[in-house]
Write a protein that binds this ligand. Structure first.
Ligand code: UD1
Length: 389
């Protein structure tokens, strides 16, 4: 069997790593295509090295650009590779532009598509990732679900249950694999913080960093938070560009420390020891929930509601006072125990390989009423952000 995986951006790489290991274990020919959506060493190569992912077989060199150009370039450059190799299955991961572009090319060529991390929905159509999720799922033959709520979302869009496999969360496979190495790194001590009296911040979503008013409010919140605890902020290139272009001053001094994007292990080492994570990332909502670290997600909605209902995550609007109040509450109480989330057990990639190689099924029961395309519904209550109204 020949499986071809397409990845391109930072959050794809930790999802690819365990799948690659499981496929290789079963002697599947696994071809890796890197689109080049992310290209800085710290956003790409560092992850391949730390996660033991083999160097990509093909690199498309797409780089940055508008969504249309990035998507079109991936499509044009991937098509001849798929025509030549004719894989039995194309695997795509998550919700980035490279994912959507690859799924579209394969579907048109009649190549079967498998989507890892299928069925997540924020309900927010202004997010480019939400468009990518919905269209990729529609194009996919095999949908690998990280959580039960994903099945209800998909069924509500009229997608047949036979295409879904509730395999669990591949991000957690990688986290469980890497945690001992990450803790041994002692990144907090290397950054001069300790005793869990520090916060880790990541912010890069267009809704937070592209609007000057919102970005200013967030910078204010970080400065104030840094008076309370040390704040480590590994800054995404998009955020750095926006801060520079708006002439905003973010002092790398006192409690607020601006860092370059960190490698996977170093980031995990910090997050595992933190008192609080403030983020707009999808992956960090999951990682903090697994680790039992309080997380504040600066977004009005989440496509990962179980991190709020069963994990440690809380949504908060990008308002200084709301963030500071929520941070104060989170710092006052650390979760007593790590939450247990169903099938977030380090074996999701193994289940994917069993579906592909052994024709196993990982089914779920979804109430029939949820399968009508006219009655979209959600499996869990929709979390509401703090600071609304
Ligand atoms: C992308 C994903 C987002 C994911 C994020 C993680 C889409 C629509 N968005 O957003 O879901 O959470 O990656 O990082 O696919 N840049 C660099 N160096 C790099 C990569 C990017 O400098 O290695 C700069 C470029 O100037 C680029 C900007 O960052 O214009 C944004 O990169 P892009 O890939 O367009 O989207 P992200 O904001 O990173």
């Amino acid at each position: 069997m020949r499986v071809l995986s397409v990845v391109g951006a930072r959050p794809n790489f930790m999802k690819l790593a365990p799948v690659d290991r499981e496929l290789v274990k079963r002697s599947v020919e696994h071809v890796i295509v890197h689109t080049g959506q992310h290209y800085d060493h710290g956003m790409s190569t560092a992850f391949f090295e730390q996660l033991w992912i083999p160097a990509p077989d093909f690199h498309l060199g797409v780089g940055s650009g508008s969504h249309a150009r990035q998507t079109a370039d991936v499509m044009q450059r991937l098509e001849p590779i798929l025509v030549e190799l004719r894989p039995d299955l194309l695997l795509v991961y998550g919700d980035v532009n490279s994912t959507l572009a690859a799924a579209l090319v394969a579907a048109k060529l009649g190549v079967r598509v498998g989507h890892v991390e299928a069925g997540l929905r924020s309900g927010d159509w202004t997010m480019p990732e939400e468009i990518n999720r919905v269209v990729t799922d529609r194009l996919s033959d095999l949908l690998f679900l990280p959580s039960r709520d994903a099945a209800v979302n998909l069924a509500g869009e009229g997608i047949a249950l036979e295409r879904m496999h509730f395999v669990g969360n591949v991000m957690i496979d990688t986290l469980a694999w890497a945690l001992p190495q990450a803790i041994a790194l002692e990144a907090p001590a290397r950054h001069g913080v300790s005793g869990d009296q520090f916060a880790v911040v990541t912010l890069h979503r267009p809704a937070n960093v592209d609007d000057p008013v919102v970005l200013r409010e967030l910078v204010q919140a970080l400065k104030r938070l840094a008076e309370r605890v040390a704040v480590l902020f590994p800054m995404h290139p998009r955020t750095r560009q926006r801060i520079d272009s708006q002439g905003l001053r973010v002092p790398d001094a006192d409690g607020l420390r601006i860092l370059e994007p960190l490698g996977y292990l170093e980031m995990l080492s910090l997050v595992a020891g933190a008192a609080l994570v403030l983020t707009d990332s999808g992956g960090l909502q999951e990682e903090t929930s697994f680790l039992g670290v309080p997380c504040l997600t600066v977004r009005p909605s989440t496509e990962r509601p179980i991190t709020c209902t069963h994990g440690t995550n809380r949504l908060v609007l990008p308002k200084r006072d709301a963030i500071l109040a929520a941070a104060e509450r989170a710092l006052a109480r650390r979760s007593p125990a790590r939450p247990v989330l169903e099938r977030w057990d380090g074996r999701a990639a193994e289940r994917i390989a069993r579906v592909l190689c052994d024709d196993e099924r990982f089914e779920l029961d979804v109430p029939l009423a949820a399968t009508s395309p006219h009655t979209p519904r959600r499996a869990v209550a929709i979390p509401q952000p703090l600071g609304a109204g």
